[in-house]
Design a protein around this ligand. Structure first.
Ligand SMILES: *Cc1c(COP(=O)(O)O)cnc(C)c1O
Length: 402
C-alpha cells in the first residue's frame, strides 16, 4: 500500500454542510413528525402512494423482499446482475432467499436480455432486480415486457440513482417497487439511510404493517450518527482524506459480503439532515454531471451509453484494455491521489460465501467486467486539474478495450 500525504480525492463523495448537521440536531428534537414529512415530500415528488424511510439500502432490500414473499410465498429466488454491489446478495441472504445470477450484455452494465428469458421460466423466481449501477440507466421496461404477466416482481435497485430520470419518468418508480440509498458514497447522503418507493397498494400495505413493527435508532443511535456526520464532514475533504485513507483499520473503500446489518426506521436526526434533499440533489447532480461531461469530452467512453446522453453518474465507469492496465492505472492513481477506484472486486459468483450459488454456471462477461473496470471520481471536489490529470493517465496508456 502507498501512503500518500497531501491532496487526495475520495472515489465518491456526497458532501454536506455543517448546517445540515445543525438541521439534523433540530430534527432530532422535533422527533417522528419530521420523518413523516420527509416521506410525504418523497411521495409527492416521485408521485407514488407509498414511501418508507429506513436505515440503509440493504435494510430496504430485506423489507421489500419479505413483503413480496408474503404475496407469493412459493417463490423464494431473486435474480440479480452477476456484476453488482455486494450489498445486494448480502441483503438477499439476510432476508433468507436464494440468489440467482444473470450475466451482463457484453460492453454494458445491464442484463444480457437473451439470457434472462430462460431465468424467467423459473417457477421459484420471486423478483428481478434491474440495477442502475453508478447511475447508468438499466432498461427496466424491457424486463417488464419479458416478464409478461408472470407472477414475478421487478424491484428497481436505484441505490445509486436517486433523483435520476429516464424518458421523462423518474428512476426509482419504473418497477413494482424501488429503492434508494443515502449511504456515504451515493447520490445524496444522510450518513446512512434507505428509501422504499411503491405505487402498488398491495405491496405498500404489507410494508406499512411490517414497518410498524420496526424500531428506530434511539438516542444513542442518533448520537452515533451525529458523530459520524461530524467525522465525515471533516474527513471527506480532499485536503484531509489522505489521513483516514492511510489508516488500515478504517477499511475505506473495501467491499465485503456481509449479511448481518441492522434494520431500523430512519431517525429524525437523518430526516433533519435530509431536510434540503431536493436542492442538495440538484446541486450535487449538476457538479457531477459537469465533471462527467468533461471526462467524456476527452473521449473517454462509458460502457453502453443510453441514447447518446450521459446519465446522472456518481462515478464514471470505464472498461480498460485488460487487468494489467487496470492495475497500473489504479497504482498510479493511488500515488497521485486521483480517486480512481476499482468497481467491485469480483463478479457475484466469485464471492466465497456464495460458492454454491451458480450451480456450475459461469458468468464470463461479469467476470471480465470485474477484471477490467475502473471508476473515475466525478463528485463536487473534483476540479478541472483533477479531470486533466485523470484523463492524462488514460491517454498515456492505450486503455481502450480491443
Ligand atoms: C449501496 C448500494 C446498495 C445498498 O445500499 P446501502 O445503503 O449501502 O445499504 C444496494 N445496491 C447498490 C447497487 C448499491 O450501490
Amino acid at each position: 500500500m502507498v501512503i500518500r500525504i497531501g491532496r487526495t480525492l475520495p472515489p465518491a463523495a456526497s458532501p454536506f454542510h455543517f448546517m445540515d448537521i445543525i438541521s439534523g440536531i433540530a430534527g432530532f428534537f422535533e422527533g417522528g413528525a419530521i420523518v413523516k414529512r420527509f416521506e410525504d415530500e418523497l411521495k409527492s415528488f416521485f408521485e407514488v402512494r407509498y414511501c418508507f424511510a429506513v436505515s440503509s439500502g440493504k435494510a430496504a432490500f430485506v423489507l421489500i423482499l419479505q413483503a413480496l414473499h408474503e404475496i407469493y410465498p412459493e417463490r423464494d429466488e431473486i435474480l440479480i446482475p452477476a456484476y453488482t454491489c455486494y450489498s445486494v446478495p448480502s441483503a438477499i441472504v439476510r432476508a433468507g432467499f436464494r440468489v440467482r445470477l444473470c450475466d451482463m450484455a457484453p460492453g454494458t452494465l445491464d442484463f444480457d436480455f437473451d439470457r434472462i428469458e430462460e431465468e424467467l421460466e423459473n417457477p421459484r423466481l420471486l423478483c428481478v432486480i434491474p440495477t442502475h449501477l453508478f447511475g447508468m440507466t438499466a432498461d427496466v421496461e424491457r424486463i417488464k415486457t419479458l416478464i409478461n404477466r408472470r407472477d414475478i416482481f421487478v424491484l428497481e435497485d436505484a441505490a445509486q440513482a436517486m433523483g435520476g430520470g429516464w424518458d421523462g419518468r423518474k428512476i426509482g418508480t419504473l418497477g413494482d417497487v424501488g429503492l434508494f440509498s443515502m449511504g456515504r458514497g451515493k447520490v445524496f447522503s444522510a450518513v446512512e439511510g434507505g428509501i422504499i418507493l411503491t405505487d402498488s397498494a398491495q405491496i405498500g400495505r404489507i410494508l406499512e404493517k411490517r414497518l410498524a413493527a420496526i424500531k428506530g435508532y434511539g438516542s444513542i443511535g442518533c448520537l452515533k450518527l451525529f458523530l459520524q456526520a461530524v467525522a465525515l464532514l471533516v474527513l471527506i475533504n480532499p485536503k484531509i482524506y489522505w489521513l483516514p485513507k492511510s489508516l488500515p483499520f478504517l477499511k475505506l473503500g473495501e467491499t465485503h459480503f456481509n449479511p448481518s446489518f441492522p434494520i431500523k426506521r430512519l431517525s429524525s436526526f437523518q430526516a433533519g439532515m435530509a431536510k434540503k434533499w431536493k436542492s442538495a440533489i440538484t446541486k450535487l447532480k449538476a457538479a457531477r454531471s459537469a465533471n462527467a461531461n468533461k471526462i467524456a469530452g476527452y473521449g473517454i467512453k462509458l460502457p453502453g451509453v443510453c441514447r447518446g446522453t450521459i446519465p446522472d453518474l456518481i462515478r464514471f465507469p470505464v472498461l480498460v484494455a485488460d487487468t494489467e492496465t487496470k492495475k497500473k492505472i489504479l497504482q498510479k492513481s493511488e500515488r497521485m491521489g486521483l480517486g480512481i477506484s476499482d468497481g467491485y472486486p469480483d463478479s457475484i459468483d466469485g464471492i466465497n460465501e456464495l460458492w454454491d450459488l451458480s450451480g456450475g454456471n459461469t458468468f464470463p462477461v461479469a467476470k471480465d467486467i470485474a477484471g477490467r473496470m475502473v471508476t473515475l471520481p466525478v463528485h463536487p471536489f473534483v476540479n478541472d486539474n483533477d479531470v486533466r490529470d485523470i484523463v492524462h493517465l488514460f491517454q498515456e496508456r492505450s486503455y481502450v478495450e480491443k
